[in-house]
Structure formats: structure tokens, C-alpha cells
Ligand binder design. Structure first.
Ligand SMILES: [Zn+2]
Length: 334
């Protein structure tokens, strides 16, 4: 689960391939247009050679340079207008002759203003966490597969409402938050409720939406996360590749920590997790925690400080109902 130089080189290589593929396809489309409308090809050649020809004219003619420049500009404008007209006539748009990049932000270079683009960051994360379950999780856990019918409409004893009604409320709140993300600040959720009530499913749905908006997401079970934090503490080396993993935990736009409470933190790892959560709150990064535990149990396992952070900065979403996985086995309709 660490990022090597080879990983980094592979990603850069993929960018080069993607970009040259986009340019090749653009060139093919241009050739197609040229063969259908040869005049466009001639116009492009003329526009291309204008720079050199106007320089030659400038050096050899006695005309006023400003007037000369004006003349050249207007000739280029005329040619461009003619080109547009011919393109439209042949059923093309200007966009058809532009390269189509996978990432419009960095145009498949991986960098924007000298900084790594978000798509690059996500690839680094994917590469470092190849074995994390995010990809697998997102195939099933997304809003396309969300079926409210699976949640029981019957209110159970000691529960405030039915699982379906509760899920409806949660869904509309979450969808609203996603729509206004990131303008309205980070999405910090604590998803609580017993096993199989849909917490990890919803976390996956949110992850997919945030990824689709072009932000980076890292999914880790609490167990893996705490193990990595401890590992880092005990095997700290200056050039440790796991430093990248820790950096991703701190920097990714959305971090999902699944199943808090299944790990057995010691004092040090509890402090590390609190530090991570604090850091992410300070930096306005979004974090989703899922847990079967009540707040009192979290406070025992971690500390009161952890609970107070969660209460202060996280939206509590409580899931109710029976274990969906079991009800699915008992009743194939739901
Ligand atoms: Zn990009």
C-alpha cells in the first residue's frame, strides 16, 4: 500500500499516452474534414503561414507597420470567418476539431499551474491504495443502485420512525449537501446505527458523487487506518514511502473511515486519529465516519475529546431498522 517511484512514473506515462491519443484522434478528425472540404485545409495553411509572410512584408515593404498589422489581422479574421462557415456547412463545429481530453482541467497533462491536478492526486491515491476497497465498493454502492423499497416501511419498537422514512430524510439531506459541495463547506458526517442498516452503502454513494465532481476520495476501514498510523509511528524513516499514504489521509478531499470501533486503538493510535480528524477539520477537508457504536462507546474507545470534535463539526446521521443483508436473505422481494 505504498507509492513507489515506479508508480509515479507509470502514472506520468499514462498521461503521455492519454494526451497523445487525444491529439491523434483530433488529427484524424482534421484529416477527415480536410478530405471532405479541401478549402479548409488551404485556409489553415494560409493562416499558419501568415506570421512568416507578415514578417517578410514588414521587412521588405515601406508600408507603415501599424497599417500592415491591421491589414494582416483583418485578412486572418476574414479567413477564419470563411473557415467557420465552411465547417458549419459540412456539419462540423469548432469543438469537433479540438482534442477531447479525459480531464478538462489539466488537459491530460496531470498538472494545472505547476501543481498536480486533482485527477493526478486521485491516481496517486488509487495507486497507493490499490488494495483499498474503494473501486469495488463504488461498483455497487452508488445512487443508481439505491432502492428505498429495500428499507422497511414498518416502524420498530424503540425507534423514532421506519427505516424507510429515516432513510428518506437522510437521503434528501445528503443529496442537498452534495449539490452544494464544496461551496457550502466540507461534508462531515458521522453515520451511526447497527450493522447492515446501509451506512457503508450511503458512504459509497457519496464517494461516487464526490469523485464524479472531480475531487479526491480515500476509503479506509478504521482498522487499516489505525494500523497504518501505528505502523508509521513505529517505523518512521525520513524517506518512508508510507509518508505519502499519511499525506493522502490528511489531504484528500473526502476521507471515509469505515466501521469505527472494529479496531483496537491504543493510546497512541487514538491520539493519532484525533490529530488526523482535527487536522482535516482545520483544513476544511470532508470526512465521513461510519460506526455501529453509540457516542458513549466511542468516548470509551477513544476519548471525550474525540466525541466533542464529532459533535462540534460533524452532522450526525442515525440509521435505524433491521440488518438489510439478513432481511434480504429472508425475503427476496426486499
Ligand atoms: Zn486533471
Amino acid at each position: 500500500m505504498s507509492l513507489s517511484e515506479q508508480d509515479y512514473r507509470n502514472i506520468l506515462q499514462k498521461y503521455e499516452e492519454k494526451r497523445s491519443r487525444a491529439l491523434q484522434q483530433r488529427d484524424l478528425r482534421i484529416q477527415e474534414v480536410y478530405s471532405k472540404v479541401p478549402e479548409i485545409s488551404r485556409i489553415d495553411q494560409q493562416i499558419e503561414s501568415f506570421g512568416i509572410r507578415s514578417m517578410q512584408a514588414y521587412l521588405t515593404s515601406h508600408e507603415d507597420p501599424v497599417q500592415l498589422l491591421k491589414k494582416v489581422r483583418s485578412e486572418v479574421e476574414d479567413l477564419k470567418a470563411r473557415r467557420s462557415f465552411l465547417l458549419r456547412l459540412a456539419g462540423y463545429t469548432e469543438e469537433d476539431l479540438q482534442p477531447v481530453y479525459e480531464c478538462p482541467y489539466c488537459q491530460d497533462t496531470g498538472f494545472v499551474d505547476g501543481k498536480r491536478c486533482r485527477c493526478f492526486e486521485q491516481q496517486l491515491i488509487d495507486s497507493a491504495y490499490e488494495r483499498s476497497h474503494l473501486k469495488h465498493l463504488l461498483q455497487q454502492n452508488n445512487f443508481d443502485h439505491f432502492d428505498l423499497e429495500r428499507f422497511s416501511p414498518v416502524q420498530r419498537e424503540h425507534e423514532p420512525c421506519s427505516a424507510r422514512a429515516q432513510m428518506q430524510t437522510i437521503l434528501s439531506a445528503v443529496r442537498q449537501d452534495i449539490r452544494s459541495f464544496p461551496a457550502n463547506g466540507p461534508l462531515n458526517y458521522l453515520l451511526t446505527g447497527s450493522t447492515g442498516t446501509g451506512k457503508t452503502f450511503l458512504a459509497g454513494c457519496i464517494a461516487k458523487e464526490i469523485l464524479d465532481k472531480g475531487y479526491t476520495v480515500l476509503y479506509l476501514s478504521a482498522y487499516d487506518l489505525v494500523a497504518q498510523l501505528s505502523d508509521r509511528r513505529f517505523h518512521y524513516r525520513e524517506s518512508d514511502p508510507s509518508a505519502d499514504n499519511i499525506q493522502f489521509m490528511q489531504d484528500c478531499d473526502l476521507l471515509i473511515i469505515d466501521d469505527l470501533g472494529t479496531e483496537a486503538p491504543n493510546k497512541a493510535s487514538a491520539a493519532d486519529l484525533l490529530h488526523l480528524i482535527d487536522l482535516r477539520i482545520q483544513n476544511g477537508r470532508s470526512t465521513i465516519l461510519t460506526t455501529n457504536l453509540e457516542l458513549s462507546a466511542i468516548s470509551k474507545l477513544y476519548t471525550d475529546r474525540m466525541v466533542s470534535r464529532l459533535l462540534g463539526s460533524y452532522r450526525m446521521l442515525h440509521f435505524v431498522g433491521a440488518d438489510l443483508r439478513l432481511s434480504h436473505l429472508q425475503d427476496p422481494v426486499h
